[in-house]
Design a protein around this ligand. Structure first.
Ligand code: PLP
Length: 440
């Protein structure tokens, strides 16, 4: 047995030894398509020569310099690329090593902002049920994922409360229009502000497209505009967690571009470094930075490895590859094909209740019967079965489910690299379809 603490302590996983394009290979020569190995990270695929070259060049020049003394060229460059043109008014970036760390940074920056602008009474966050913002305690406090919260509930912060997500498949009433459902969600959010005291709320935090917990659940038109209006009415910040759905995954660089709103703080990770280096970050609106600059003039937070030179160099190269190779065009084109193939394969499938997503970020929700939307018994551990059947057929996908609140069905996510071709989309859906059928 391995001495590493793996996700399972009962069974050692296969050892990955090589990656090339959309493929991963293990020590026994088994080849697997990275159709979403874990959660939508490897957006360029594996072995990209330009990114590898950039990492090597950075290492030759500078591996590390502590941010208490220095900035470095790759971090400055990455910030220029991300916010130099002030997308949506976002003017500053802070980089760290993961999505969870980035959420922690967003939470603390938001709190500090209100201290600086002399509203210290703002101490509360509103987040959403069935959400995931990370596994560190602050990020987990924001998360609404019941299963992930449960073991640590006594340690989680009461500063976070949760309202319903926009989950039309299950939560829109049979006789409700989209607009009525969105209005109901806005009334719930407004009521939560009132319950807490509107001037005690720091911000509202949400994933533009819900990733791991709901499986690519997109919001209905008008939802985020409504959220923005409620936040503005009460002077609270809108914090969008694009760790999974951002950096091109949904067909635009930022998922909020498709929602007609701009955040005050945006959280990114995963696709930012595309798996070549661990990196996450927050992008911050100019008015928030002005508040800090006029006050203490510093962000009272930091990590030893923040804005790491090599991680930033990798992320710069990733962004260059995306731009040079016009990969977002491919995300949109292959995303449309993936949707079409999923609808062909599962549109009438008895156990597929919903097919949803955007760009190259798609999921199916599994139910015992599409007419009743009844969830499978969590004891079946359907997600484990889907994962195993897919892996055996040479496909890594991302199944989740069996949450303890008993309301969520199992779902499985596909999030292939942005370089995927039409033939590969067909292969992915073939393998996925066979795996789902075998698992049920
Ligand atoms: N936020 C979202 C939306 C995520 O999907 C995840 C990870 O899946 C995180 C935060 C946490 O990121 P990390 O695992 O890099 O800490």
């Amino acid at each position: 047995m391995s001495h590493l603490v793996h996700r399972s302590l009962r069974q050692d996983p296969p050892i990955a030894v090589r990656g090339e394009g959309i493929w991963l290979y293990d020590r026994d020569g088994h080849a697997v398509i990275d159709g979403s190995g874990g959660a939508a990270v490897a957006c360029l695929g594996h072995g990209n020569a330009r990114v590898i070259e950039a990492i090597k060049a950075q290492l030759d020049q500078l591996s590390y310099a502590h941010t208490a003394l220095f900035s470095c060229e790759s971090a400055e460059r990455l910030a220029d690329i991300m916010v130099g043109h002030a997308p949506g008014g976002l003017t500053h970036a802070y980089f760290c090593s993961s999505g969870s760390e980035a959420n922690e940074a967003a939470i603390k920056l938001a709190r500090q902002y209100f201290l600086e602008v002399e509203q210290p009474q703002r101490t509360r966050f509103i987040a959403r049920r069935q959400s995931y913002h990370g596994n560190t305690l602050g990020a987990l406090s924001a998360s609404g994922n019941a299963m992930r919260r449960a073991p640590y509930a006594p340690l989680l912060s009461p500063a976070f409360s949760h309202v319903s997500p926009c989950y039309a498949y299950r939560d829109r009433g049979g006789d409700e229009t989209d607009a009525q459902y969105v209005a109901r969600l806005m009334a719930e959010l407004e009521a939560e502000f009132q319950r807490l005291g509107p001037d005690t709320v720091i911000g509202f935090i949400a994933e533009p497209v819900v990733g791991a917990t709901l499986g690519c659940a997109t919001a209905l038109p008008g939802y985020f505009e409504g959220v923005r209006a409620v936040c503005d009415r009460h002077g609270a910040l809108l914090i969008l967690d694009e760790v999974m759905s951002g950096m091109g995954r949904t067909g635009t660089l930022h998922a909020w571009e498709q929602e007609a709103v701009t955040p005050d703080i945006q959280i990114v990770a995963k696709g930012l470094g595309a798996g070549y280096q661990p990196i996450g970050g927050i992008l911050v609106h100019g008015r928030v930075i002005e508040g800090l600059a006029a006050g203490s003039g510093a962000f009272m937070h930091g990590h030893t490895y923040q804005a790491h030179p090599v991680a930033c160099a990798a992320a710069v190269a990733v962004q260059q590859v995306i731009a040079e190779d016009r990969l977002l065009d491919n995300v949109r084109a292959m995303g449309a094909l993936l949707e079409q193939r999923l609808v062909e394969r599962f549109g009438n499938h008895r156990h597929v209740g919903d097919i949803r997503g955007r760009g190259l970020f798609w999921a199916i929700e599994l139910v015992t019967d599409r007419a009743t939307k009844q969830v499978f018994d969590p004891a079946l551990k359907l997600n484990e079965r889907v994962k195993r059947e897919a892996f055996g057929r040479g496909l890594a996908c991302y199944p989740m489910g069996g949450t303890i609140d008993g309301r969520l069905g199992d779902h499985a996510i596909l999030a292939p690299p942005y370089i995927v071709t039409a033939e590969q989309v067909d292969l992915i859906v073939d393998r996925f379809g066979a795996a789902i059928d075998a698992a049920l």
